[in-house]
Design a protein around this ligand. Structure first.
Ligand code: PEP
Length: 249
């Protein structure tokens, strides 16, 4: 992945039809070669992944998966799961690990997240590792401590900095229209960078995620500390996603 800012769309369990997913992918394909200072990516739903990846295969748009099998990087008896090898064969370049929806709805533990990161690295996939505090933790001024705890799993894995991206996503900002102030995000990102540096991980991009939209992207984009955005809802509409990309460019 090139050394620039990232704007990555997390499509979650959207859109409803393959035709709509392909329409979004078609729009992304029009950005090919136009985003010199921004690396654009998307993480479609699993059922649309192969078709979207095929459409974008000859472009510089990154395609990622929202999840990965923790138990094998190859093949095996893991019903409902998709392995690193299968993702690589599908043209996938990165995986999301640790998204708060996976942590809360699926109870993903530190042990499981560690295994997922290991399987992804085994297949040379880039890991977008998501971290973030809850509203209660934010209100109790525990954000930095919580993030340190979440980042600690990286010290038990041999992660090359070149294969790691961090997405700081306050849980309370995801899908709510709420965001921390830009000053808070910059302060938090500086702290994340210093924790990473202490682990020997320098030069890792730290993205912000949580209710980024066409109106607020510009304020986040101004700061070097904010290496880009992981975008949920606003990545599902071509015009708003295009404006976010433009802000980071
Ligand atoms: C996300 O879930 O990764 C996210 C950032 O969602 P939203 O932009 O909708 O808050």
């Amino acid at each position: 992945m090139k050394n620039s800012k990232y704007v990555i769309g997390n499509w979650k369990t959207n859109p409803a039809t393959k035709a709509q997913a392909m329409e979004l992918a078609q729009f992304l394909s029009t950005l090919n070669g136009q985003t010199k200072t921004v690396q654009v990516g998307c993480a479609p739903s699993l059922v649309h992944l192969d078709a979207v990846s095929g459409l974008l295969s000859k472009t510089d748009i990154l395609v990622g998966c929202q999840d990965i099998c923790a138990f094998t990087a190859d093949v095996g008896a893991y019903t409902g799961d998709v392995s690193a090898a299968q993702l690589v064969d599908t043209g996938v370049q990165f995986v999301l690990v640790g998204h708060s929806e996976r942590r809360s709805y699926y109870g993903e533990s530190t042990i499981l997240l560690t295994a997922k990161i290991q399987q992804a690295l085994h297949a040379d996939l880039t890991v977008v590792f998501c971290i973030g505090e809850t509203k209660e933790q934010y209100t109790a001024a525990q954000t930095l401590t919580v993030l340190e705890e979440q980042l600690a799993i990286l010290s038990s894995i041999e992660v090359p900095a070149s294969k790691l991206i961090i997405a700081y996503e306050p849980v309370w900002a995801i899908g709510t229209g709420l965001t921390p102030t830009v000053d808070e995000v910059v302060h938090t990102h500086r702290h994340i960078q210093s924790v990473l540096t202490n682990m020997g991980l320098s030069g890792v991009s730290v993205l912000y995620g949580g209710s980024v939209n066409a109106s607020n992207a510009g304020q986040f984009a101004q700061f070097d500390e904010i290496g880009g955005a992981l975008v949920g809802g606003a990545s599902l509409k071509a015009d708003s996603f295009a404006q976010i990309i433009e802000a980071f460019a």
